[in-house]
Write a protein that binds this ligand. Structure first.
Ligand SMILES: Nc1ncnc2c1ncn2[C@@H]1O[C@H](COP(=O)(O)OP(=O)(O)O)[C@@H](O)[C@H]1O
Ligand SMILES: [Mg+2]
Length: 289
């Protein structure tokens, strides 16, 4: 026998909440109300930051139909989740080594949504994810935007949900709608909030306050603030080079803000508004585009 039996792994304290966990790793589904808010970039950034701290991370690209995580990271997957869904491969066979040791479960553009999956295929996928999650510390799921049953299923399967929003009014409204739908299905699901692409710390704080006020007042739910990430040209620069901003520009404001968000995720001290606001003030050292 090599390695530890799975039953032992399942009992390791990996920062989960109470209750019998479905997965051994911390499973976080990243979602948003509307698309284009930076979900994939945030997912990749968190994954790379976690990996840089020695955490074993798998990212699942669940953007069926509009996948782009592989393109974002300059990877050319030979096999994707499509092959798994068709029963031609198992999840372990499509795992791809990404930057900084992050492993990727790539999707492929053009496959139909998870909604169409029959029960057996769905079960096979969940069992595969459970197996993969037994070998790592984190499973991050980059979901598609919008409230579809397929997205909701992934959010419900994860232990934690990370909602990414921007300070735009449309993003705010859609983000609230997403929390509401999720809350109706599972009121106790822990939901983190990260406001991305803010021109100023003030507008990010306003977004956080408005969302928090709405969810508390109408749903009686409090979101856990994960952080605020500045609008940063380094992000676009990294996208153009098909690299992660954390990898290419580790000293950039966005990379540093993502680093702070990871601290929150790991429960390493609780950061305040001023800590995050400081990322708008620092000029990026040396590596500015
Ligand atoms: N913090 C940021 N600063 C500047 N541009 C950003 C930032 N976050 C995201 N972007 C840009 O927004 C676009 C959409 O990002 P993406 O991660 O693909 O969004 P989503 O996955 O939500 O659709 C990308 O072109 C990216 O460069
Ligand atoms: Mg995306």
């Amino acid at each position: 026998m090599n390695g530890q039996p799975a039953s032992r792994l399942r009992t390791l304290p990996l920062g989960r909440g109470a209750g019998a966990p479905l997965f051994a790793a911390r499973v976080v589904a990243i979602t948003s109300g509307k698309g284009g808010v930076g979900k994939s970039n945030v997912t990749a950034g968190l994954a790379m930051t976690l990996a840089s701290q020695g955490q074993r991370v798998v990212v699942m690209d669940a953007n069926f139909g509009l996948s782009n995580l592989d393109i974002l990271l300059g990877l050319s997957p030979k096999y994707t989740l499509e092959h798994v869904l068709r029963g031609e491969k198992v999840l372990e066979e499509i795992l791809l080594e990404g930057p900084m040791g992050v492993q990727i479960l790539p999707a492929s553009s053009g496959i139909q949504e998870l909604t169409r999956l029959d029960t057996l295929t769905e079960l096979r996928l969940v069992q595969g994810l459970q197996r993969v999650a037994e070998t790592v510390d984190w499973l991050l799921i980059d979901t598609a935007a919008g409230i579809h049953e397929s997205v909701l299923k992934l959010l419900l399967a994860a232990q934690e949900v990370l909602l990414v929003a921007t300070p735009e009014p449309t993003s705010l409204v859609d983000a609230y709608a997403m929390v509401k739908v999720l809350h109706l299905r599972e009121p106790s699901k822990p939901v983190w909030l990260l406001v991305n692409n803010g021109q100023s710390a003030e507008e990010c704080r306003e977004t956080i306050d408005q969302l928090q006020e709405a969810t508390e007042r109408f749903l009686g739910k409090r979101l856990q603030v994960l952080g605020m990430v500045p609008h940063d040209p380094h992000v676009l620069q990294a996208v153009r080079q098909q690299r992660g901003v954390v990898d290419l520009y580790p000293g950039s404001p966005a990379a540093r803000a993502l680093g702070a968000a990871v601290k929150q995720l790991l429960g390493q001290g609780s950061l305040r508004y001023d800590d995050f606001a400081s990322f708008w003030k620092v000029p990026a050292p040396g590596d500015a585009p």
